[in-house]
Design a protein. Structure first.
Length: 322
């Protein structure tokens, strides 16, 4: 369809392309990212830009402008650009599969051969145990929900969105398990994991202070009239954690907030079987766990460089098969 504009592409993709190939619904956070990506592209190319007119040269200009902060007044790194280009290619591929009045919405993806850039030095900050303890010590001064939020993030390694969406019937206290529902998972997969021992007591104390049963939210939004039935938003949770950093008088890692707990959780478990770590923390792809989340640290690297292979006694080495 030669008249498909950039604005119409993203309007249709957000409204009609809400489902993954397996039929599961995309997350609201992802769809929000899709919408913002469309807005950024429209600012650069124009809302009436015809989609078949995309070229590799034009995309290179967008990348330069996005990186320099000429589109949103904020400079961005490669990882942000990578995500936006992936979303654009996904929207174009989706349009190539949509039939309307006997014709395809888009005949071909004009940037199919576009290479997605990769961050050579990505920011993946972590925090140490002392910093986590300092944040937890002041959490109740920020909001009554924050101590349990931090505890769950530290002990489960789960994404913030999955934690904020928990309901009390997701906890099976008799069997000691947590159900992580598919609609809150990035990959739309459901999981059942043990309740961390360190979390069980905190959960029971929290529930005694905030009595509730059934399918009620563990973290309902404080604005009960305006946000009735909705959990605490990630923006509000981010504000709470920033306040905790200020009150604790500790430096906040640049470029990350709640996700540092997920990285620390994964890194602290490098010595454990990766398949079990991935299942407990909610990674469908073990490769992502190993290459992105588990970070090198000085103690482990020291063990590696100082390792010496045990030697057999001389008399045993003579008997060893050659």
């Amino acid at each position: 369809m030669a008249t498909l504009t950039l604005r119409e592409l993203f309007r249709r993709y957000v409204s009609d392309g809400r489902y993954l190939p397996d039929g599961s619904l995309k997350t609201d956070a992802y769809l929000d990212h899709v919408e913002k990506t469309g807005q950024n592209l429209c600012r650069f190319f124009g809302e009436s830009f015809l989609v078949p007119g995309f070229t590799l040269y034009g995309m290179a200009g967008y990348v330069r402008a996005r990186r320099a902060g000429k589109i949103t007044a904020n400079e961005v790194r490669t990882n942000c650009i990578k995500q936006e280009l992936r979303i654009l290619k996904a929207a174009l591929n989706w349009a190539c599969g949509v039939h309307e009045e006997g014709r395809l919405l888009l005949d071909r993806n004009p940037i199919d051969k576009l290479k997605i850039p990769h961050e050579k030095d990505p920011r993946r900050p972590v925090i140490d145990g002392d910093t986590s303890d300092a944040l937890l010590a002041v959490a109740d001064q920020v909001h009554p929900f924050l101590p349990l939020l931090i505890t769950l993030a530290r002990t489960t390694g789960r994404r913030l969105s999955s934690i904020l969406g928990l309901r009390w019937d997701d906890f099976d206290f008799s069997n000691g398990t947590i159900r992580w529902r598919a609609e809150l998972d990035k990959r739309r997969k459901s999981w059942v994991t043990p309740i961390p021992s360190r979390t069980l007591i905190v959960l029971q104390q929290y529930r005694a202070a905030h009595p509730s049963i059934g399918a009620t939210l563990v973290f309902p939004h404080p604005r009960r009239k305006r946000m009735r039935g909705n959990p605490v938003t990630r923006h509000l949770a981010a504000y709470w954690l920033k306040r905790a950093y200020d009150l604790a008088k500790v430096a906040k890692p640049h470029g990350s907030l709640w996700h540092v707990f997920r990285r620390v959780w994964a890194t602290e478990r490098k010595h454990l079987p990766p398949r079990d770590v991935a299942a407990a923390g909610g990674w469908s792809d073990i490769g992502t766990l190993l290459s992105v989340y588990q970070q090198p640290d000085e103690e482990t690297m020291r063990q590696v460089v100082d390792y010496e292979k045990p030697r057999l006694p001389r008399w045993k080495s003579r008997l060893a098969p050659r």
